[in-house]
Design a protein around this ligand. Structure first.
Ligand code: NAD
Length: 354
């Protein structure tokens, strides 16, 4: 049985995690699977209960699990605390502890949210892409230095660091449309030349995957003018950080964007948004990012592809039927709250949706 540490966190975290649990309950019934969920205090709640944002009890719970499903952390009431006691420091510690080197951000365009997206609809129809971002190397973690009016950050990657991310990208591309875009800046950066060598080497094992190398500046342009050409994108840390936020605009709301961070034994699944304190406790938060993060957990940790797709398909159908939380509502929507959205999606989860 897959053990999952559930860390609802702060703000809207508990509401959206509860919503994901409602959907999971239905998935378990329909697909005959069972997950063992245990909740832990994390973030501001951890600080209030145990005096630290990442309590020992929660660390132990995480260590005994195969996956973590996280809501969100943070809130203004903890902003004045010293940095190591702030809720966000727990998140950084968790990511570091788990050695999560592969961040996956799916970006899907839902026709029904056309009004919420700045792009022209015809450019986006069918867009359903995955960005694989290397998460533990590159400029954010390389040697840094500051000398009065001079400063530097180093982008450094080993072959192994690149290869493990690249392999995950190829394996996924091979199961999807067999199109892989590798983003680098190999015309000027040595680290990108290494990146490209690794990609070309791994490509030999995947003769049916069509590989395209793009420079990051062109990739940013292409994501805006022709996002339909992409399916799986692989890239290093900083380029991935920027491109995944650019592509996120296609989703229509922060409340629509799930994420998975994979690495060693324990993987982390969480919505891309924060704790949205402005919505907390009002049954207004969009639970879809959390529900789609659950779908990623079913796919990547439980290896239940059919169940993952059922959740994604049910979500799409409910959106297509015009149900929307406030953040994604347009004039013809039927506006629903967090709980009702979860119940509607759960009811729609079915083996026979395909
Ligand atoms: P945020 O993502 O919480 O909110 C930004 C805006 O998006 C707000 O208007 C909010 O109402 C809206 N929004 C976010 N999630 C939504 C949802 N599910 N449904 C509908 N609308 C949603 O970012 P912020 O306001 O910059 O930060 C708030 C707190 O969250 C801060 O304490 C910050 O440090 C923390 N934070 C945590 C994480 C995390 O836990 N991973 C990430 C980012 C920010």
């Amino acid at each position: 049985m897959v053990k999952v540490a559930v860390l609802p966190g702060d703000g809207v975290g508990p509401e959206i995690i509860q919503a994901a649990k409602v959907v999971l309950k239905k998935v378990e019934q329909v697909f005959g699977i069972e997950l063992q969920l245990k909740e832990g205090a994390f973030g501001g709640v951890g600080y209030e209960t145990y005096g630290v944002p990442f309590p020992e009890e929660t660390k132990k719970l995480v260590e005994e699990s195969q996956a973590v499903l996280l809501g969100a952390v943070g809130g203004t009431q903890w902003d004045a605390l010293p940095r190591h006691l702030r809720p966000e420091s727990a998140l950084l510690a968790l990511r570091k502890e788990l050695g999560l080197y592969c961040n996956i951000r799916p970006v899907k365009y839902y026709e029904v949210l056309a009004e919420k997206v700045a792009w022209k609809s015809e450019l986006l129809t069918g867009v359903d892409l995955l960005i694989f971002r290397e998460l533990t190397g590159g400029a954010y973690f390389g040697t840094k230095g500051r000398k009065e009016k001079e400063a530097f950050d180093t982008i450094q990657y080993s072959w192994e660091e690149v290869e493990r991310l690249v392999r995950r990208g190829f394996a996924t591309a091979n199961k999807r449309k067999r199109i892989l875009h590798s983003i680098d800046k190999a015309n000027v950066l040595e680290s990108s030349r290494l990146w490209r060598e690794v990609v070309n080497q791994v490509a030999l094992e995947y003769p049916y995957v069509k590989v395209e190398h793009l420079y990051v500046d062109n990739a940013a342009l292409q994501l805006v003018v022709n996002p339909q050409q992409f399916d799986v994108i692989i890239t290093e840390n900083m380029f991935g950080d920027i491109l995944s936020d650019l592509a996120a605009a296609i989703g229509g709301s922060l409340g629509m964007l799930p994420s998975a961070s994979l690495g060693g034994e324990i993987n982390l699944y969480e919505p891309a948004h924060g704790s949205a304190p402005d919505l907390a406790g009002q049954n207004k938060a969009n639970p879809i990012a959390a529900i789609l993060s659950l779908a990623l957990l079913l796919r990547f940790t439980c290896r239940k592809e059919e169940a993952a797709q059922a959740v994604e398909k049910a979500t799409e159908e409910i959106l297509g039927a015009g149900c929307a939380t406030e953040d994604i509502a347009s004039k013809n929507s039927r506006v629903v709250g967090t709980r009702e959205m979860a119940e509607l999606i759960a009811q729609r989860v079915d083996r026979n949706l395909f």
